[in-house]
Ligand binder design. Structure first.
Ligand SMILES: Cc1ncc(COP(=O)(O)O)c(C=O)c1O
Length: 425
């Protein structure tokens, strides 16, 4: 797999072809502002095909899975397991039982930190993260450090927002037990060279977890090409329902790990003296799983495959390039992270002398949804010496016209704040 083809100044994808599939995109806010949804890194919207699937299952195919001996239970179990197979194909995992349903990226990473971490990591060991990580890929490791006395280290980024590769390699050592790293930064859009990082970690015997929350929805995921040991991502960021996520794990590691949560479904046998864990993947799916969200994720994957991840990626690259041009024209805006053409469809910025929340509020009044704050990446914001930023993040249903509206609204924002500062005429 060629890793992340980077430049694409044009797109063969027409978002207008897909927008009618997304009921929410025709929302009109505050009487006359069509919704401009640019908060896709937080969560995406759902097409009718996914919504219909959820309704169909709840209306006529719903029962608990892996338990019943009745027809309905068979139906929902089949749909649930078919969805697991769709995920397996989507990420090119070798085996279906290496795909664990979780409730999201966060719970997938916590599962690894608790189960693999508690069983493996000792005082003095090191967990290597990067300054780009989301809190979901920081705090579980800090908690592991509290429990075990291991040390959590952060590989730095360069001034441009790329991972500092020489520093990363210098920080890797025989003490490194785990490298946990995002494929794409949720703030800077930085695309990390996962294959290279995995290979380097493996040479020193470290395990690698890839946080693919911001990459899986937008570019092809191939866990075998990456050679990753664990990969985590969330359904709600890729057209699926909330409450469903995936942990891919290498079979040999999952087999060796103790169960994370205990309860129904994860056991083969229970006696008053103890229990015997079930085989994979049930061993890590205690209790009633998110049945319908998992089935909905399968429908989302079908939809994404139909659109085509390469075309999605190219379209987002084009929008990102365009957004950089438009925001440069607005002026007085500091762009964060790598230049366009070298990052994913995430555009974070700071409007000079205007607080991020004020910017987002002014844009909201015009129907434009963007994110404001630290985006669950406080260490990164500290590294950038800012407390908050704004973030516009794209998906394939976004248009150039929406980027232009963003630019116009930012110009209004500047005018408004200049007036405020000068006081009434
Ligand atoms: C890079 C990254 N990792 C992890 C997460 C956490 O995902 P979730 O809240 O779906 O568990 C997010 C969510 O924004 C993210 O962007």
């Amino acid at each position: 797999m060629a890793e992340h083809p980077l430049t694409a100044s044009h797109s063969s994808l027409d978002p207008e072809q897909y927008r009618p599939d997304f009921p929410i995109l025709s929302t009109v806010l505050y009487e006359n502002h069509p919704l401009v949804y640019l908060d896709n890194a937080a969560t995406t919207q759902r097409p009718r095909a996914v919504i219909d699937k959820l309704v169909q299952v709840y209306e006529s195919l719903y029962a608990n899975v892996h338990r019943g001996v009745h027809w309905l239970s068979d139906q929902s179990t089949d749909l649930f397991e078919e969805s697991r197979e769709r995920v397996r194909t989507f990420i090119n995992a070798p085996q279906r039982h290496e795909v664990i349903f979780t409730t999201g990226t966060t719970s997938a990473i916590n599962l690894v930190a608790r189960s693999w971490g508690d069983a493996t990591v000792k005082a003095g060991d090191e967990i290597l993260l990067t300054e780009l990580e989301h809190h979901s890929n920081i705090v579980p490791w800090q908690q592991l450090a509290e429990r075990t006395g291991c040390r959590v280290r952060f590989a730095p980024i360069t001034a441009e927002g790329f991972l500092d590769l020489p520093q990363f390699h210098a920080m890797l050592s025989e003490r490194t037990r785990m490298v946990a790293i995002s494929a794409v930064s949720n703030v800077l859009g930085t695309i990390n060279p996962i294959q290279e990082l995995v290979a380097a970690a493996h040479r020193l015997g470290a395990i690698v977890l890839v946080d693919a929350a911001q990459s899986a929805p937008h570019q092809r995921t191939d866990v075998q090409a990456w050679d990753a040991d664990f990969v985590a991502f969330s359904g709600h960021k890729m057209l699926g329902p909330s409450g469903i996520g995936i942990l891919y794990g290498r079979e040999s590691l999952l087999e060796a790990m103790p169960p994370f949560l205990g309860g129904g479904n994860m056991i083969r046998r229970v006696t008053v003296d103890g229990y015997e864990a079930a085989d994979l993947p049930a061993k890590f799916e205690a209790g009633t799983p998110p049945i319908v969200p998992a089935i909905g994720l399968g429908a989302a994957i079908d939809y994404l495959n139909q659109v085509g991840l390469e075309r999605i990626h190219d379209h987002e690259m084009m929008l990102t390039e365009y957004a950089h041009k438009i925001l440069a024209e607005v002026g007085d805006i500091t762009m964060l992270g790598p230049p366009p053409g070298q990052k994913a469809g995430i555009v974070s910025f700071v409007v000079d002398r205007v607080h991020a929340h004020d910017v987002a509020q002014i844009l909201d009044a015009r129907g434009i949804a963007i994110r404001a704050g630290h985006h669950c990446a406080m260490p990164l914001h500290k590294r950038l010496k800012i407390t908050a930023s704004n973030r516009a993040s794209f998906y394939f249903y976004n248009t150039r016209a929406e980027v232009e509206k963003l630019g116009e609204a930012l110009k209004d924002c500047k005018r408004l704040f200049r007036r405020k500062k000068q006081g009434p005429a």
